[in-house]
Design a protein around this ligand. Structure first.
Ligand SMILES: [Zn+2]
Ligand SMILES: [Zn+2]
Length: 310
């Protein structure tokens, strides 16, 4: 437990008007909050190589043996689609491995990098459609995070509307920039690298537990370079990003936590700072959260960062 956070503390998010009550006295040790997220493994997995319908394949990244290693397929139960003007968009599933029962955390670094490169490749291709304003690459792992299939996969959701939260954050980032003459995230990164919330830093990337973390063990990964989206990462940035992403995934696996992971990028908005949010789904939001919008988090981000660094 961090020496600096002993009493409850109300904290405001960096930009948005959102508040969190950090309550360290209620913190449980990591070993006490393990949950069972094992989803039943079925023989009829639609993401295993032999079950893939070739007509649904959208894109592939191949390995040295010329077999696909990461596959993008059509989401066959989409909420938005290119032929629906009332709910326009496109949805894809990214199959992260040929192996049925390996979690992303257990894949080789090279393979995790291929998954990130597939996000970049699909973001680049989908963004050529001028009607698309927003592309979300995300992953749900574990039953509490909403995953329904065990085979390692993530998803891409693209729509013609920019979600209000993203729009609001972009507006606030813009105001901050005008006032302080610096991108808020470039500023936050350099400040957080000097705090107990720092998880990892190298020449290319920085990771930390955000000051007003809404979720236990929440972690954000940034490129140090001010980039709009994942398509602009250099080879070294992909490698550095993969390294810290894998480290965080392995630590979450030790806790056996379900999690959601998102890329923060809006292709239509120029001049923003790309990052990845990892939000474990351990805490259950109840009366206070649902009634007031205030979130209670019993794992201070300082303690979460200490766990990731250990
Ligand atoms: Zn499978
Ligand atoms: Zn920036």
């Amino acid at each position: 437990m961090s020496a600096n956070v002993k009493k409850s503390e109300i904290r405001k998010a960096y930009l948005l008007n959102k508040y969190v009550i950090i309550t360290p006295e209620r913190a449980k040790r990591p070993r006490d909050i393990k949950e069972q997220t094992i989803i039943e493994r079925t023989a009829d997995c639609p993401f295993c190589p032999e079950k893939i319908n070739k007509n649904n394949i959208v894109d592939r990244i191949k390995g040295e043996d010329n077999e696909w290693q990461v596959l993008a397929i059509k989401n066959i139960y989409p909420a938005v689609s290119p032929d629906n003007e009332k709910a326009y968009g496109t949805q894809e599933v990214i199959i992260e491995s040929r192996h049925h029962s390996k979690e992303l955390a257990n894949l080789e670094q090279e393979q995790i990098e291929r998954v990130l490169r597939m996000y970049a490749k699909r973001t680049e291709i989908i963004s050529r459609n001028e009607k698309i304003d927003y592309i979300l690459c995300f992953k749900n792992q574990g039953s509490k995070a909403g995953a329904s299939i065990v085979h390692a996969h993530s998803q891409i959701f693209a729509s013609n509307i920019l979600p209000p939260d993203i729009h609001e954050e972009a507006g606030m980032a813009q105001s901050y920039k005008i006032k302080h003459k610096i991108c808020p995230y470039c500023d936050i990164i350099s400040k957080e690298m000097k705090t107990e919330r720092k998880i990892y830093e190298d020449k290319y990337v920085a990771a930390f537990a955000p000051y007003a973390s809404e979720y236990h063990y929440e972690a954000w990964i940034f490129t140090k370079r001010h980039l709009d989206n994942i398509t602009l990462l250099s080879d070294q940035e992909f490698k550095a990003f993969t390294k810290v992403y894998k480290l965080i995934l392995e630590k979450l696996q030790e806790l056996n936590l379900s999690f959601n992971c998102f890329l923060h990028q809006a292709v239509s908005q120029r001049d923003q700072h790309f990052y990845m949010k990892i939000q474990p789904r351990d805490s259950v939001w109840a009366g206070v959260e649902l009634g007031s919008g205030l979130v209670i988090n019993s794992v201070p981000p300082e303690a979460a960062a200490e766990y990731y660094r250990s």
